[in-house]
Structure formats: structure tokens, C-alpha cells
Design a protein around this ligand. Structure first.
Ligand SMILES: *Cc1c(COP(=O)(O)O)cnc(C)c1O
Length: 329
């Protein structure tokens, strides 16, 4: 797999580079999901990553790879929340200026977390697209460096370190279930896993409402979608441009699954109740795919990437309460 943007060397380099900043996250087995599915199920807990999502890996790899003079002018991110928080965190650690552009749909808890890290937060427009236009204007005016959330080989290599950690701690795995939006996480992780064993089955999961990458895979080209409100906020929005991740995902993905809002809520409540884990909607879709029985080819040893935990507490409590009510009625 050398005709796409990435080599295993890139992913190993990323691991060495990001080690002082992004932590190696734990794997835990899920006896309840194992009983439900009849398979060994292991969860990779990126919700316990520093900043609450895997996005820190890619952001750190990219920022640390910049020429020090370039870096010193500052960095910019456009984000649905988690990427901006990753960029803000690494910028603070390195003493750099960071400006994070957000659409006004980004949950308040995510905006606040980014501000607390000392980044300048600019809320612009009501879609990722609109925020992005403003960000590019600032980049042109002030010469800051744009850090893309997925469409960058260094970002993809950073996310791919999840794959290395999976292989080391769970070498038996034959299936991996990964939340899917722009495809940096899936592309990088699947590349690492398939380089070790091309037979590993890769399942990408998105929400039914506005699944840009899944629609694009079906069309064979990147298509625009209508952004809709969803519990899996971190997976929403258009994926244009993605000239790196689109071909990489096309090449490495074996199966896609779409899950409903109800299935996402059920998975968030499940993670809280059965694992005492706080998981955001976008981070829980892998669990949704398993509970709903929607994965067609499930091997014997399954890893599920729990990609983030930055959920607004009031949302989590509402979701949990609704599901606890269902249990007792
Ligand atoms: C960004 C994000 C994803 C999707 O990652 P991509 O690389 O864009 O596919 C999944 N889960 C969470 C929590 C995220 O923040």
C-alpha cells in the first residue's frame, strides 16, 4: 500500500514524536458485549486520551512537524470541537498562539474547554463550511498555519498510532470497528492494521443523518451532504476536501454501518451503565453497531475504537435517564 500518502515509517515516526504529549490509552474487554455477540470484544478508550479524544494524536504530530519558524507564527484550526481542543492543547504545551474557528452549533462544553486552554475562539456561522471560510481569511492575512482535522498525511499518521497500540496489546484482533467522519482515524488505523495483516476486517460506523464519507464511498466520489443535528456531533459535516483520506478509506474499509439516533443514545447509556465510561455520541457509534447487530462480518476477536468522551453533561444525563426509564418500565 505505497501509492497512498502513507507508510508504516510515518506512523512509527508519529508515535515517537507524539509520545511526550498524547498518551497511550487503555484497552478494556467488554464481557457484556461479548455475551451479546458471542465474540471477544475489546474497547480502545480514546475517550480517556488527554483532551478527551484521539484528535490530539494527529494534531500533535502535525504541529511538532512544522518548521519552528512557521510554528512560531501560530496555528489555526476549524473544528466541530475535538480537533480544536487537540490543537489548543498542543499549542499551549509549546507556547504557541492558537486560533480555533467553530460554527455556532458546537456544544458549549467543547467551546469552553478550548477557551480554557488559552486558545482564541472564533465562533463564525452555523456550519463547518462557514467557519472554515473565515479561518482561511485569517490564515491569508496573518500567515498562521492551518492544521486540518483529517486531510493531511501527518494527521492521518498520528491517528494511525491507535492501530499500533491495538496490534501490540491485542495481536489476535481480526475485526476493528471505527467511528467514521473525514476518515483520518479510520484511514490511519486501518492502514497500520492491514499492513500487519491484510485480512483484518475494517468496519466504519457513521450516523444515519448526514454521513458524508459513507455517501461518498457509495457514489465513488466525494459528495456534499446536508448537515443535520445529531447526537454524534463529532461525525457531522461535509468532508470536502479529502483528497488524502478518501482514497485511503476507499482502499482500507471493508464494511460500513449507519446507526440511528436511538442506537447512539442506547450506546452512550450502555457505556455509562456497564463500563462507567463517559462517551460522546460520535465516540459511541461502534458500540451502537454491535448492540444493534448491524455488523455483517464480525470476526472472533473484535476491537471497538471509542473515539471520544467530550459530551455535554446535561445531554448525557438526559440520555441516561431516558434509558434507565425504559429499563424500569
Ligand atoms: C473527529 C472524530 C471522529 C471522526 O474522525 P475522522 O478522522 O474525521 O473520521 C470520531 N469520533 C470523534 C469523537 C471525533 O472527534
Amino acid at each position: 500500500m505505497t501509492d497512498i500518502c502513507l507508510t508504516m515509517r510515518d506512523i512509527y515516526s508519529a508515535r515517537a514524536r507524539i509520545a511526550p504529549i498524547a498518551r497511550k490509552t487503555p484497552l478494556v474487554s467488554s464481557p457484556v458485549l461479548a455475551e451479546l455477540t458471542g465474540r471477544e470484544i475489546t474497547l480502545k478508550l480514546e475517550n480517556l486520551q488527554e483532551t478527551g479524544s484521539f484528535k490530539l494524536r494527529g494534531a500533535t504530530n502535525k504541529v511538532l512537524s512544522l518548521d519552528p519558524e512557521v510554528r512560531q507564527r501560530g496555528v489555526v484550526a476549524v473544528s466541530s470541537g475535538n480537533h480544536g481542543r487537540g490543537v489548543a492543547y498542543v499549542a499551549r504545551r509549546l507556547g504557541l498562539r492558537a486560533v480555533v474557528f467553530l460554527a455556532d452549533t458546537v456544544p458549549a462544553n467543547k467551546q469552553e474547554a478550548i477557551q480554557k486552554l488559552g486558545a482564541e475562539v472564533a465562533v463564525r456561522g452555523s456550519t463547518y463550511e462557514e467557519a472554515s471560510k473565515e479561518a482561511h481569511r485569517l490564515v491569508e492575512k496573518e500567515g498562521l498555519e492551518m492544521i486540518h482535522p483529517y486531510n493531511d498525511p501527518l494527521v492521518i499518521a498520528g491517528q494511525g498510532t491507535v492501530g499500533l497500540e491495538l496490534l501490540e496489546e491485542f495481536p489476535d484482533l481480526d475485526t476493528v470497528v471505527i467511528p467514521l467522519s473525514g476518515g483520518g482515524l479510520l484511514g490511519g488505523t486501518a492502514f497500520a492494521l492491514k499492513s500487519a495483516d491484510s485480512g483484518i476486517h475494517v468496519v466504519g460506523v457513521s450516523m444515519e443523518k448526514g454521513a458524508a464519507m459513507v455517501e461518498s464511498l457509495r457514489a465513488g466520489r466525494v459528495v456534499e451532504i446536508v448537515e443535520e443535528p445529531t447526537l454524534a456531533h463529532a461525525l457531522a459535516g461535509d468532508i470536502y476536501p479529502c483528497n488524502y483520506t478518501f482514497p485511503l478509506v476507499q482502499k482500507t474499509i471493508d464494511e460500513t454501518v449507519l446507526v440511528s439516533e436511538e442506537e447512539i443514545a442506547a450506546a452512550m447509556a450502555f457505556a455509562l451503565e456497564k463500563h462507567h465510561l463517559v462517551v460522546e455520541g460520535g465516540g459511541a457509534v461502534g458500540i451502537s453497531a454491535l448492540i444493534s447487530g448491524k455488523v455483517k462480518h464480525l470476526g472472533k476477536h473484535v476491537a471497538v475504537v471509542i473515539s471520544g468522551g467530550n459530551v455535554d453533561m446535561s445531554v448525557l444525563l438526559r440520555v441516561a435517564r431516558e434509558h434507565l426509564d425504559q429499563h424500569s418500565s
